[in-house]
Design a protein around this ligand. Structure first.
Ligand code: NDP
Length: 237
C-alpha cells in the first residue's frame, strides 16, 4: 500500500501506543515520516529503525521547542497530534502541577502545533488530533481533568476547520475509546470496568485507530472537516 508515497508527515508522540501505530501506518504507506517522543528513547530509536522514519526528542509541553520542531519539518502534508497525558484521581487531592502539565500537553500543544503546521501546509493538507471518547462521556469519577482536556480539543478542531477551510485543509479529531496501550492496557485492572461501558466489549487495537487516521488523511476524506470521529466500540453511545 503506497497511499502516502512522498508525503511529508509528522506524528507528535509516536514512540509508543497509538502514535507508534500511526507512524507504522504512514511509513508503510510510503510517507516521509517523522515523530516526536520524550521519555522512551529506546522505543523511539527502534521504531525509527524499523520504519525508516525520523525520531525527534521534543517535549510537547515546551511551546518554543514544539513550534520549532514543527516549523523545521517544512511544508507538512499531514500532522497527527497523538502525544497525550492522563492524570486520574480525586480532584481534591490531585497535584495542581500535574493537572497544569496535562493541560499543556493535551490542550496547548495541539493548538500551537496545528497552527504552526498550517503556516506552511499545502492546500489540501490534513490536521488530525487524537481526542478521546471522554471528551463526550466520562462515566466514572476521577477523570475530570482528562475529560476537560479532550473536550477543549473539540472546540479547537471545529474552530480551526473554519480558519483553514478556504485552503482545503481539513481539521478533525479521532476520539478513541479504550485502546490497548501502556496508558490503558487490555490486561489492566480497569479493563473490565471499561468494557462495561462499551457495546462491543473489548479494547481497540492501536492499528484500528491508525487505519482510521489514514482514511481521514487520505484523498477520500477531502470534505470531512471540523468533525469528531468516534472509534470507541460504543462507549459513548
Ligand atoms: P501511551 O501512554 O501509550 O503513549 C503516549 C505517547 O505520547 C508516547 O509515545 C509518549 O512519548 C508521548 N508523549 C506523552 N507526553 C509527551 C510529551 N510531553 N512530549 C512528547 N511526547 C509525549 O498513550 P496512548 O498511545 O494510549 O495515547 C495516545 C493518545 O490517545 C493520547 O492523546 C491519549 O489521550 C489518547 N487516547 C488514548 C486512549 C487509550 O485508551 N489508550 C483512549 C482515548 C484517547 P514518550 O513515551 O517517549 O514520553
Amino acid at each position: 500500500m503506497n497511499d502516502f508515497a512522498g508525503k511529508n508527515v509528522l506524528v507528535l508522540g509516536g514512540s509508543r501506543g497509538i502514535g507508534a501505530a500511526i507512524v507504522r501506518r504512514f511509513a508503510g504507506g510510503g510517507a516521509r515520516a517523522a515523530f516526536t517522543y520524550l521519555g522512551s528513547s529506546d522505543a523511539a530509536l527502534a521504531l525509527a529503525k524499523e520504519t525508516g522514519s525520523e525520531a525527534l526528542k521534543v517535549d510537547s509541553a515546551d511551546r518554543k521547542a514544539l513550534i520549532k520542531a514543527v516549523a523545521d519539518r517544512g511544508a507538512l502534508d499531514v500532522i497527527v497530534i497523538s502525544a497525550g497525558a492522563l492524570v486520574m484521581g480525586d480532584p481534591l487531592s490531585l497535584d495542581p502541577e500535574a493537572v497544569d502539565r496535562l493541560i499543556d500537553v493535551n490542550v496547548k500543544a495541539p493548538y500551537h502545533a496545528a497552527v504552526e503546521a498550517a503556516r506552511r501546509m499545502p492546500d489540501g493538507g490534513r490536521i488530525v488530533v487524537i481526542g478521546s471518547t471522554n471528551g463526550d462521556r466520562i462515566p466514572f469519577a476521577g477523570g475530570a481533568a482528562y475529560a476537560l482536556s479532550k473536550s477543549a480539543m473539540q472546540g479547537m478542531v471545529r474552530g480551526l476547520a473554519r480558519d483553514f477551510g478556504a485552503r482545503g485543509i481539513t481539521v478533525n479529531a479521532i476520539q478513541p475509546g479504550p485502546t490497548d496501550s501502556d496508558m490503558n492496557p487490555a490486561s489492566g485492572p480497569m479493563a473490565e470496568t471499561m468494557h462495561s461501558f462499551m457495546a462491543i466489549k473489548r479494547h481497540i487495537r492501536p492499528s484500528e485507530i491508525a487505519d482510521y487516521v489514514a482514511f481521514i488523511a487520505g484523498h477520500q476524506a477531502a470534505m470531512i472537516t471540523g468533525s469528531l470521529q468516534m472509534i470507541d466500540g460504543g462507549f459513548a453511545a
